[in-house]
Design a binder for this molecule. Structure first.
Ligand SMILES: [Zn+2]
Length: 367
């Protein structure tokens, strides 16, 4: 139900395109070579995907298809996957559009033929997942009068494409709580496998699709760009060092986005898994003391934003804070986390609270 509502909002909002503004600066990219273990040599995959397995789970009056992906051997739902199929009806053959729900399931009340051919393309108005050559697709034949589970492995080629789709769905579900999606007016193309993990001009390049935190970080750059939250830095960077204001803000915000869409705000030990292997796992709550202590450090910028919205143990208050943060940073075009903090205070955030979070996270930067 919730997913359907999100989807409806998503479709509705897409019909109202907002005015495209010129890019913030010539640099709209981030080079994240430090971020993952992925090879910089792109492999070529077959773009026509197949599930890694199919399980028959008993009978059904029509047909039921559930799509799951195994993560550490536990099933996770593949939501928001759109399929087309052709069904025989009394009025003849008819094309039907279907979409997996919050549990990854499609249910057809009746199915009079013996099998159904389901076809999906990983290409939506706002995003697409492709190799360097073409968009990925999925074609599968399932029996009628049966319950079938389509299984993807955690990091098989098809499983990695599905993983990217899952990160995008989480981002959309999270953004639906705070945004009308008007800011998202250019399609984002996710290229996998690519020659590195980086973002450049509406293209998210990925070496490994199952690295949920890295995928979320790179998508975070794309959202930061479209929502005109701030400037980009440019050049390479290291998570434990200090560099320019704009780079620390854009990199820290991208990591914050990845955490926000994946991790419960009440988690007492919020952390990434794959991001920056040299320092993994990256923890948000206690930044190690050897990490540069200034506001030009991306790890600390991530923790600063996280602390602004997780201060309250009550999940609902956190959601209100997240909505406020989103609204106040939309179109901010900030050049530093300091400018971001000042903007929040000028928009009515509790000054002593913001300063407290500032001091906590940037010990070497007295204001
Ligand atoms: Zn980055």
């Amino acid at each position: 139900m919730k997913t359907k509502l999100h989807l409806l909002l998503f479709i509705l909002s897409f019909t109202t395109t907002s005015l495209a503004l010129p890019p913030l600066s010539p640099v709209r990219s981030s080079d994240d070579r430090q971020l993952s273990r992925g090879s910089t040599r792109a492999l070529e995959f077959n773009e026509a995907l197949l599930p890694d397995g199919m399980q028959n789970m008993g009978t059904h009056p029509g047909a039921q298809i559930q799509v799951i992906r195994l993560v550490k051997n536990a099933p996770t739902a593949v939501t928001g996957l759109r399929f087309k199929t052709v069904m025989n009806t009394r009025l003849g053959a008819r094309q039907v559009d279907l979409i997996t729900d919050a549990s990854g399931t499609i249910t057809l009340p009746s199915c009079s033929q013996s099998t159904l051919v389901l076809q999906s393309e990983f290409r939506e108005p706002r995003y697409g997942i492709s190799s360097r050559r073409k968009y990925y697709s999925l074609r599968v034949e399932v029996p009628c009068q049966a319950k079938t589970v389509l299984v993807f492995k955690e990091d098989s080629p098809a499983g990695q494409v599905v993983s990217i789709h899952q990160v995008i769905q989480r981002a959309i579900a999270t953004l639906a709580q705070v945004s009308d999606f008007k800011f998202w007016d250019r399609p984002i193309r996710f290229i996998f496998p690519s020659d590195g993990d980086y973002y450049s001009n509406d293209q998210v390049n990925l070496t490994l699709g199952h690295q949920w935190d890295v995928v979320g970080h790179e998508m975070g750059h794309a959202i930061y760009d479209q929502a005109r939250i701030g400037l980009f830095g440019g050049g390479s960077h290291k998570i434990d060092e200090c560099y320019t204001n704009a780079m620390a803000l854009s990199e820290g915000w991208a990591s914050f986005f990845s955490g926000w869409i994946h991790i419960d705000l009440r988690d007492p030990d919020a952390k990434f898994e794959y991001l920056v292997p040299r320092r993994a796992p990256i923890r948000f709550e206690h930044v190690p003391s050897d990490v540069c202590g200034k506001s030009t450090n991306e790890w600390r910028v991530n923790s600063f934003f996280w602390d602004l919205i997780d201060l309250n143990a009550d999940g609902e208050v956190s959601q209100i804070a997240a909505k406020r943060l989103w609204d106040d940073m939309l179109d901010a075009r900030a050049g530093s986390v300091k400018a971001a903090a000042e903007r929040l205070m000028s928009r009515g955030w509790d000054k002593s609270q913001v300063l407290q979070v500032w001091k906590l996270n940037f010990p070497q930067d007295a204001r």
